[in-house]
Design a protein around this ligand. Structure first.
Ligand code: COA
Length: 260
């Protein structure tokens, strides 16, 4: 039996692959539980700097909820699933490491919501995105209405949620849903890793401080956010990596960061 979701480590980078290509990498109960397990494993490992989430095969990143499984679920089980999306997937936006969705094919419904839970998103030029839920008599239930509205604004989020239209990578980029579009000829996972090399190789304390500070901007008042930024700056100021960066600059060489 397939593993549903595969975890592979490449030094400080974790690559998490949804691996049910025969079902377009749809999210079953078991795959959501497995994602939660992976999140707990990665959270316990302070060497993880970057987590890339992608889909197996070329057609899909994730086609959303497993609609075949959903047919056999009671209303109570669906309610449990909605809670599980929240508890088992939240690590993607709360961990000490950066998360990025490398969208290699369609990301529909819960698939797009999963990508929206990540800090960053890249997409293959051939991939499309959409929220088909209202056409199925439901609404996005894995945070999509809230995260999309915060990312692109209420009006644009309403367009995508109410019309259910599928958008191409270029439109996703112009709306700000994705950060980068990679040509079809490139492997989106490898191109994403190259794009984010500075994250995986940068000063760990500064990278984490920047991540936590920017993430908090959506939750805090400006004054509280400025206080947090000051507090996080202090951690960098006290670090020996900061001294090393200044020394390396003066000596015209690459800094050697130690995360201290
Ligand atoms: N859950 C379970 N199985 C799914 C699935 C999903 N969300 N999406 C696709 N599959 C399965 C199909 O049933 C099919 O399996 P089968 O051959 O055993 O019937 C297989 O994946 C391939 O899908 P198919 O529709 O033949 O491929 P396609 O390239 O023509 O279309 C999609 C791909 C993803 C566009 C289309 O399958 C689709 O629209 N899926 C539903 C997406 C959706 O509405 N998601 C939101 C859920 S809230």
């Amino acid at each position: 039996m397939s593993e549903l979701v595969r975890l592979e480590r490449r030094a400080s980078i974790a690559v998490v692959t949804l691996d049910r290509p025969e079902r377009m990498n749809a999210l079953s109960w078991a795959s959501v539980q497995r994602l939660g397990e992976i999140g707990r494993e990665l959270a316990a490992d302070s060497t993880v700097r970057l987590c890339v989430l992608t889909g197996a095969g070329e057609k899909a990143f994730c086609a959303g909820a497993d609609l075949k499984e959903r047919q056999g679920m009671s209303r109570a089980q669906v309610r449990e699933m909605l809670s599980a999306y929240r508890t088992e997937l939240a690590w993607l936006s709360r961990s000490d490491f950066v998360s990025v969705a490398a969208i290699n094919g369609v990301a529909l419904g819960g698939g797009l919501e999963l990508a929206l839970t990540c800090d960053l998103r890249s997409i293959s030029e051939a991939a499309t995105l959409g929220l088909p839920e209202t056409g199925l008599g439901i609404i996005p239930g894995a945070g999509g209405t809230q995260r999309l509205a915060r990312l692109v604004g209420v009006s644009r989020a309403l367009d995508l949620t109410l019309t259910q239209r599928r958008i191409a990578a270029a439109e996703a980029l112009s709306l700000g849903i994705v950060n980068r579009v990679f040509p079809e000829t490139e492997n989106v996972l490898e191109s994403t890793l190259k794009w984010l090399e500075p994250v995986a190789e940068g000063a760990p304390i500064a990278q984490r401080a920047a991540l936590l500070s920017v993430r908090a901007a959506q939750q805090l008042s400006l004054d509280a956010g400025l206080d947090l930024e000051r507090e996080l700056y202090e951690r960098c100021l006290e670090s020996t990596d900061r001294d090393e960066a200044l020394r390396a600059l003066a000596e015209k060489r690459k800094p050697l960061f130690q995360g201290k």
